[in-house]
Design a protein around this ligand. Structure first.
Ligand code: TGC
Ligand code: FAD
Length: 399
């Protein structure tokens, strides 16, 4: 059985049998099919694409959706535990699944027409069709409402122009969910298929983080679409932000997996590594480090679980998701840094896992809303005061 802990607080008891068995199934998959090669993929800057169909067959994509759309109607906690086990393997793998399920499939599920849902969702659930989600632009990251990509009405259809940056799965995707502002109007969502004239994607090749993942620029030059490509229920910035809430939920669980892996690695390593005649783990300072790591992991596990239970009860707010994404990602990053340190010189090689997780988590701390953005989201929720922009700028845009 692969390692699914640490579980110092017996959180296992708070899970249902189904949640445990889904988690164990994904943990098995990661231990046997991901762990042996992911370090090499990371070094070479490649994504293990053959695993996509396999993940589809295991039911990893869109698993909370109803069966007629390719899902299995599993609990939100079970979904979170899938993310945890994928990210125990590598944040790039969890990113792939987040973008496929929580961003692309969710956008189609929540804002698409029935025809769009039936056309895309079952094939995406099987991993036969890959999606990406284009919101960020070179000059609009934390403030996506400032996007420059434009959708111009052209008879019954649309013409899109703009550039999207940092788009996970951009070059792999068969269909891109592209967010654009209607000229003089609100933000709308469009499904742009690979091969559409004027639409292209190029990978970023200079990343020192999230290397086992494709991250791309999307370029739209006079891309002509029919109105059938528009997500009919998406109007305004709230639509893409609602998709982000789904992905941030998964990240709050996912990063716990990376942190657990770093803790387990450091505990095993310091138990065996001899310095000054006895195991490192027998020294007071190393024990303090290990306990600091375990404290962060245990608190993050409980936070994620309660987030899931609130979501299942239909009570979860997006500010609560921000609190969890912010806390758990930063906690995981700290755990990874401590783990790397405890491994000494070995901590800087990808023959061990800590530095790969640590470098990946730098991205996770930034994407899906930076640490500072989530601080201000929760701050606004707490105080009722918007600290993002000067008051006179608040109503400049139309949504
Ligand atoms: P604001 O006025 O706050 O909101 C506009 C409307 O949207 C509603 N809303 C949300 N709804 C659902 N979930 C959320 N998280 C929401 N946040 C806001 C809001 O209630 C409002 O509705 P209404 O009906 O009143 O109009 O808009 P703002 O312009 O002030 O922006 C606020 C801010 C800064 C919080 C937001 O823009 C933001 O979250 N910025 C961060 C951008 C970000 O996270 N980008 C992520 C891009 S995708 C990505 O990184 C994928 S990585 C994936 C991977 O590889 O795993
Ligand atoms: P900026 O917004 O320029 O922020 C720079 C710094 O300023 C940050 O530290 C930020 O916290 C700080 N800052 C900004 N505003 C404030 C403020 N008001 N107060 C205080 N500090 C502030 N996007 C997608 O749409 N789809 C994807 O699939 C996707 N995948 C990604 C994959 C990777 C590997 C990466 C690195 C990014 C990805 N992103 C994606 C983009 C990601 O969401 C953005 O990078 C992120 O939202 C931050 O935007 P930015 O990079 O433009 O930084």
């Amino acid at each position: 059985m692969p390692q699914t802990g640490p579980d110092y607080l017996k959180i296992e008891r708070l899970l249902t049998d189904e949640e445990r068995s889904i988690r164990d199934m994904v943990a098995d998959f990661v231990a046997s099919e991901v762990a042996p090669t992911i370090g090499q993929h990371w070094l070479e800057g490649t994504f293990p694409a053959p695993l996509v169909r396999r993940m589809g067959a295991l039911g990893i994509f869109g698993p909370t959706l109803p069966p007629e759309y390719g899902g299995a109607g599993i609990s939100h906690v079970a979904y979170g535990l899938i993310m945890q086990e994928l990210e125990r393997g590598d944040s790039g793998l969890r990113s792939f699944a987040s973008v496929q399920s929580a961003l692309s499939m969710h956008a189609i599920w929540r804002f698409g027409s029935e025809e769009q849902r039936r056309r895309w969702l079952p094939a995406m659930a099987r991993g036969e069709v890959i999606g990406c989600f284009g919101l960020t632009e070179p000059d609009a990251g934390s403030d996506p409402g400032a996007m420059r990509t434009r959708a111009r009405r052209d008879g019954a259809g649309w013409v899109l122009n703009g550039v999207k940056r940092w788009i996970t799965n951009g070059t792999l995707a068969d269909v891109a969910v592209v967010w654009a502002r209607e000229e003089g109007g609100a933000i709308q969502g469009f499904l742009v298929e690979k091969g559409t004239a004027g639409f292209s994607a190029q990978d970023v090749h200079t990343k020192a983080s999230m290397r086992a993942s494709h991250t791309s620029d999307l370029v739209l030059e006079d891309v002509v679409l029919t109105d059938a490509a528009r997500l009919p229920e998406a109007r305004g910035l709230g639509a893409p932000l609602a998709c982000l809430t789904q992905a941030r939920f998964g990240i709050a669980f996912g990063v716990v997996g990376a942190a657990m892996d770093c803790f387990n690695e450091a505990l095993a390593y310091t138990g065996q590594r001899i310095a000054f005649g006895h195991p490192l783990a027998g020294t007071q300072l190393v024990q303090e480090r290990l306990v600091d790591m375990l404290s962060r992991v245990s608190a993050a596990q409980l936070l994620a679980l309660q987030l899931g239970r609130l979501k299942e009860a239909g009570e979860l707010t997006y500010a609560q998701v921000s609190l969890a994404k912010r806390n758990n990602t930063r906690a995981a990053l700290e755990v990874a840094r401590m783990g790397r340190e405890l491994l000494g010189g070995n901590g800087i090689t990808t023959e061990y896992r800590a530095i790969r997780h640590m470098a990946n988590l730098e991205t996770v701390d930034t994407y899906e809303g930076t640490y500072e953005v989530h601080t201000l989201i929760v701050g606004r929720d707490l105080t009722g005061l918007d600290a993002f922009r000067a008051p006179e700028q608040s109503k400049v845009r139309s949504d």
